[in-house]
Design a protein around this ligand. Sequence first.
Ligand code: HH2
Length: 296
Amino acid sequence: MTTAPAPTAAVWAVRAHVVPLDRPRLLGILNVTPDSFSDGGDFFSPDAALARAMAMAAEGADVIDVGGESTRPQGAQPVDEAEERRRVVPVVRALARRLPGVTISVDTMKAAVADAALAEGAHAVNDVSGGRLDPRMAEVCARHGAGFVIMHSRGTVRDMATYQHADYDDVVNDVRTELESRVAAALAAGVARERIVLDPGLGFAKRSEHSLAVLAGLPRLRALGFPMLVGASRKRFVGELTGEAAPAARLAGTLGAHVAALMLGAVLFRVHDVRPARQSLDVAWAVRTRAAEGGA
Ligand code: HH2
């Protein structure tokens, strides 16, 4: 396997926090939704959410990614702004107060929700539309000095996780071009380069063959010059490759995707199962580092 160059940015700068990119970094998924595709409803109450976040931090999560709107493939129900705030803001407030050392990202496509979460102490915004669906998002990130995960997707909340827009000439080139235009919009709105992380959006407007192609093409996406995040955890392409129908039973396949992505240049990973992700990526990273130093 060809290995990609080491990450160019030494850190991901997110408001007053710095996430050093000297080893794989994990975003532990905290869904405060009743309908997420793989763990819907489990952490819906603020107390349960806080307990889950503490457990993930203890298992090695570097960032807690709080999300109040699901994008499940079976056709997500868009959540209105007031409801999304009601789900996300109290959890962010509790995390910021009770776990001040933990970095918090908020998984939202709505600038107003991001703004409210950042005002309560979140450090970064993880937008699966990369600022495409709310033109104010980049400006909000810039104003707060927040980290900004720009993920590739196409379409609306309802259809972005379906195959409706999965028509590509060359999926890696197309994703690269579309990410580049989102980056240009973010920079133009005043987001600093060191705050930006890119994500190819596995499963978003992508059939399994497309998700595989963008994973294999990570070095070409890394060439844009930003740290790369991947969200492979429990996804459909892992299910199709392994024949495992139940999302929660796709852990081993997920870890395989993580390790391959690490070797191809990803440094941030959005995960449900923190402990096994931490362990497998730390070992793979040790081998990768040794190989980069000239091998045995
Ligand atoms: N995938 C989902 C949500 N947010 N963010 C990033 N940056 N990358 C991803 O691949 C990504 C993401 C999938 O969301 P959902 O269907 O709600 O399920 P879950 O949050 O359990 O992964």
